[in-house]
Design a protein around this ligand. Structure first.
Ligand code: TXA
Ligand code: MG
Length: 342
């Protein structure tokens, strides 16, 4: 199959909508990462998503909507808190896991009694949902296991020949996947950190952080969010998180200089390092770190990196999401300034 990579113009948005109505899959931009979309109510179309990505069948998909009436048809009696969160954070990078309506096929929810719903902020994503008139099931548009795509070229590199169309809407503004929360009356459980932070959510109800956010899950265990148990976001290189201040990080990296050794450095700090570096955004600007992380992880592979050292980021705000993705990219390898595992 030939894959068309086209700008997200009104004409191409109409083309995407027509393909989706015919049961095809389409790569499209959202403000978090690019998604691989299909009609959420068409089981055959949804199966094409799993086939293109090589995604395990027991990992449920997020359904994307463009107004609150769609929330009502896809879920079953959402709590009042869900509407309060929707009003505060939608459209935007938050997915709510809620009891599902019967119309949703098991292919979307991996037979769970719940469904993840998100109202994306990106105008092209909203336009495709509106024009197609369909709720769109869409995981990140990467091959399963590799870093999520934050540019249309990332999607093309992963899925060319497997899908008919990718809409190019530029670089994603957030750069990490949405915050996933399970919502009950009076309680929020954080399943995956993202652009809507724990601090923001806590203004509405107590937030419990699921164990899988910062700890490695047993792949055979039953977990609240199946996606968290898989190997994720991983470049081919070994990523190692170094929990040290900048001077210690500099000595750590410089004493390990060798062929294939790279470091991710905050802007300006690369001048102190004697190995090739990739950008890790600006120190203290957590949003900029979120925005470049996946692109830098992909560049590691392009450059043939064997080992990549990264300084442990701050864990507040969107920093928690950066750390969560980095932990998975590193297979949970964190060391201190002397190289001892933590
Ligand atoms: O920002 C995003 O969320 C992007 C864009 C495209 O919207 N999508 C995305 O989808 O990241 P995906 O499939 O890569 O990640 C969805 C995550 C997985 O960890 C999955 O296990 C979890 O959400 N999830 C989906 N439905 C769920 C449910 N009913 N219960 C618990 N977790 C669920
Ligand atoms: Mg994904």
């Amino acid at each position: 199959m030939e894959t068309q990579l086209l700008p997200a113009s009104p004409e191409n948005i109409a083309l995407a909508a027509a393909l989706l109505q015919r049961g095809e899959v389409v790569g499209l931009p959202t403000e978090t990462v690019y998604g691989l979309a299909a009609d959420a109510l068409n089981p055959q179309a949804v199966r094409k998503i799993f086939a293109a990505k090589g995604r395990p069948q027991d990992n449920p998909l997020i359904v994307h909507i463009c107004d609150l009436s769609m929330l009502k048809t896809l879920t079953c009696e959402p709590p009042k808190l869900a509407y309060q969160l929707a009003e505060a954070f939608w459209p935007g990078p938050m997915t709510m896991v809620l009891p599902k309506a019967d119309c949703l096929p098991d292919e979307v929810t991996a037979s769970l009694p719940t469904v993840g719903i998100r109202f994306p902020a990106h105008p092209a994503a909203q336009a495709v949902i509106r024009e197609s008139g369909l709720p769109l099931a869409a995981p990140s548009a990467n091959l399963s296991g590799s870093p999520s795509p934050t540019k249309a070229s990332h999607v093309y590199n992963d899925l060319q020949g497997k899908i008919p169309l990718i809409l190019d809407g530029g670089e994603c503004s957030v750069g990490l996947e949405s915050t996933v929360v399970a919502v009950r009356e009076g309680a929020i459980r954080l399943l995956r950190p993202g652009g809507i932070t724990v601090e923001q959510l806590s203004a509405f109800a107590p937030v419990e952080i699921d164990n899988g956010v910062l700890h490695q899950m047993d792949p055979t265990a039953k977990v609240a969010s199946p996606g968290m148990k898989y190997k994720h976001y991983s470049p081919k290189a070994d990523v190692v998180i170094v929990d040290a201040g900048f001077p210690d990080f500099v000595s750590f990296v410089n004493s390990r200089r060798a062929d294939g050794v790279y470091a991710m450095a905050f802007d300006g700090e690369e001048t102190m390092l004697k190995v090739p570096t990739l950008s890790f955004g600006a120190a203290g600007d957590l949003s900029s770190q979120a925005k470049v992380l996946f692109d830098s992880l992909r560049r590691c592979d392009e450059l043939g990196a064997k080992t990549v050292y990264v300084r442990s980021p701050q864990k507040n705000g969107i920093g928690l999401a950066v750390y969560n993705r980095l932990l998975r990219a590193a297979g949970f390898t964190v060391v201190d300034k002397d190289g001892n595992p933590i």
